[in-house]
Design a protein. Structure first.
Lengths: 373, 286
């Protein structure tokens, strides 16, 4: 069990009477890569700025390794930030940008030079030390920003959507690079993003935020496969949500009627009773598309097919109009497999791959939450 | 180049701009240069032969003294404008957008009145029995009226009053563009307020400082009516010298030479301003 590095207790923050963070508790473990994930306006950036010290909470405490930091000025916090638009000083060379934090610590000149060169070598920019930020590409500026933040050897590195300004390919490269840096430096990373794919692929743990409240805190696998509520289920990844009615409750199983078909499903953690309506959550890759002659499954027809290289993604309309997303891998036995539009099929899933969620009334407002890609 | 027929509007605009610059900027300046190298002539103002006597005359100790005193008063004016204008512009960039517009509007309102008229108004305030002395005396701050009018102080007050907006506006523009995340980054990296001011805010607002200095220092040496109205005979500016040469002494070559020196000083400052902007990467270049 890793020990807690940064602890946020009962944090509440309002701007102009609007609650941005609502009595939030979060413990960040030493050395982990933790991601704050949520749509714009969910409070993730405010949370990061509270940790950095740019804003102070209305209520609650922030402690770092047991030391109270709640109202400490940013310049006295042993943590550093990588800003969304890099915030490199335009009038300074790359070297001076990276050296800035060490100069503020009044380190000897030799030490500054050594450590700056080391940091620049780490991000493979040693040949760019004399350049000005505006002479660098976006990806290079990003790396300078990272070097400038890690050169001070902070306990914690805060990254505010650092990759959002980069194109897809560069972004993938930087994701891998950031992971490598985090492993090598052993610094705790707090990463903010609205990109769920990025969050899942990079993090040790993901914090799903919405309306200033933590919806779920867990490993990427937990968040994806066992979402705590409908918001997380919808926000993280593509989702099929089928309405089901509980027909009977047994010891370890329940019988649920989905699209008129009875399925014996594993009993969920929440309490269920006969006649209860619940959501059956299935990821597109959990869906099995069957021949129309098949005995099991629900009938429908293909309305869309997208070739994705490694998968064939299709949209199936069931006879009652429900839309189902399916994602199937090509297999070597049938590399030419494809659907034609309008082709009749049946839809099913493997027992045990579903995830059940109870009906939620209070969460209805979140359905229209913006989901950026 | 694009065909004129394809871009008639573009062509018209270019002709207008270049024509304007050629006839109303370049030609008069060339005439001044021409006049400066000619010989003084009491009946025709200028005549041949060409010579550099006028420039030599600039180094006359009398004029050198006027020049230095003028430069001194203009420098004091500039420093005062900077000291007042810098925090003013900073604060201006911090208030809400609505109020910003109102405050800039108020800053511009005085321009609607002729500056000569405003200088006379200032004379009424600064006079021995003027508003300022009356007010201070009735408040009991002073016993006897201050002697302000016809002093160097009066000239500097007049210059600051007329030129302060020209310092504030370019400074406001750089403060308005100042990215807040750079200040946060500076704090984040361990710099306190003072260090952030010295290492980040001042360098980033330097183009505005230089633009403001440019717009205050050189006009301050040329606003001849300010010493005329407020300064008495001893606090002359270069502007007074130039004006006197053209209107009273009828020495056009010398007046022209003095103007050119002033113009060159301006060019030098503009060059420094460009350099400072290029340093920030605002004008391309790689």
């Amino acid at each position: 069990m890793k020990k807690i590095l940064l602890s946020l207790g009962n944090i509440t923050k309002q701007f102009d009477g609007k609650t941005v963070l609502d009595s939030l508790d979060l413990d960040i473990l030493d050395g982990e890569f933790i991601t704050l994930l949520g749509p714009s306006g969910c409070g993730k950036t405010t949370l990061l700025r509270l940790m950095a010290g740019f804003v102070h909470p209305d209520e609650g405490t922030i402690t770092l390794a047991g030391q109270d930091l709640t109202y400490t000025a940013p310049e006295h916090r042993p943590l550093n930030t990588v800003f969304q638009n890099y915030a490199l000083f335009p009038h300074m060379s790359v070297f001076d940008n990276v050296a800035y934090g060490l100069k503020m610590e009044k380190r000897p000149k030799n030490e500054i030079r050594e450590r700056v060169e080391e940091a620049l070598a780490m991000v493979e920019l040693q040949d760019f030390a004399r350049r000005k930020p505006h002479q660098l590409s976006g990806g290079q500026q990003q790396r300078v920003a990272i070097a400038r933040a890690v050169v001070k050897r902070p306990r914690l590195l805060l990254l505010d959507e650092p990759l959002s300004a980069l194109d897809y390919k560069l972004r993938r490269t930087m994701q891998i690079e950031l992971k490598r840096l985090q492993r090598e430096l052993g610094i705790t990373f707090v990463f903010v993003t609205h990109d769920q794919e990025e969050a899942l692929s990079m993090s040790d743990r993901v914090v799903v935020l919405q309306s200033g409240v933590i919806q779920q805190l867990g490993t990427p696998r937990e968040v994806y496969e066992r979402p705590a509520n409908l918001f997380t289920a919808r926000f993280v990844g593509e989702t099929n949500l089928f309405p089901g009615t509980v027909e009977s409750v047994q010891d370890r199983f329940i019988i649920v009627k989905v699209f008129g078909v009875h399925r014996q499903l594993r009993k969920p953690d929440f309490s269920v009773h006969e006649g209860q309506v619940l959501h059956v959550l299935l990821r597109p890759e959990d869906i099995r598309v069957l021949m129309p002659e098949d005995e099991q499954g629900v009938a429908g027809k293909i309305v869309e097919r997208n070739y994705k290289g490694s998968t064939l993604d299709s949209v199936i309309h069931l006879n009652d109009g429900t839309e189902v997303l399916a994602s199937e891998f090509f297999d070597e036995d049938d590399p030419a497999f494809d659907y034609r539009l309008g082709e009749p099929v049946k839809v099913s899933w493997v027992d045990g791959w579903e995830w059940l969620l109870p009906e939620e009334n209070t969460m209805a407002a979140n359905e229209d939450a913006p989901v950026d890609a | 180049m694009l065909n004129v027929r394809q871009q008639p509007f573009r062509a018209a605009v270019l002709v207008l701009v270049w024509g304007w610059l050629l006839f109303l900027v370049l030609t008069p300046n060339l005439l001044v240069v021409g006049a400066s190298v000619m010989t003084r002539n009491p009946s025709t103002f200028i005549s041949l032969p060409l010579n550099l006597d006028a420039y030599r005359q600039l180094f006359d100790s009398l004029y050198l003294e006027v020049f230095l005193h003028s430069l001194y008063m203009a420098s004091v004016t500039t420093v005062i404008c900077l000291v007042i204008g810098y925090p003013f512009a900073w604060a201006l960039s911090k208030v809400g957008k609505q109020r910003q517009i109102l405050l800039i509007f108020l800053l511009i309102v005085p321009f609607w009145t002729n500056s000569l008229v405003r200088t006379y108004a200032l004379k009424l305030i600064l006079a021995t029995n003027g508003l300022l002395n009356t007010a201070l005396m009735s408040l009991g701050v002073i016993d006897a009226p201050l002697r302000l009018l016809y002093t160097e102080t009066a000239v500097i007050i007049g210059l600051v009053y007329l030129l302060l907006p020209f310092m504030i506006l370019p400074l406001y523009s750089v403060f308005d563009d100042l990215r807040q995340d750079l200040l946060l980054a500076s704090h984040d990296l361990g710099a306190g307020r003072l260090a952030t001011f010295i290492h980040v805010i001042v360098p980033l607002t330097l183009p505005g400082i230089l633009a403001g200095v440019m717009l205050v220092l050189l006009p301050a040496m040329g606003l001849f009516f300010v010493p005329d109205v407020l300064g008495g005979s001893r606090n002359l500016l270069i502007g007074n010298v130039i004006k006197n040469q053209f209107l009273d002494a009828r020495d056009w070559p010398f007046g022209a030479a003095a103007s050119i020196v002033l113009t060159l000083a301006m060019a030098l400052l503009m060059f420094a301003h460009r350099l400072s902007k290029r340093r920030l990467g605002e004008e391309g270049g790689s």
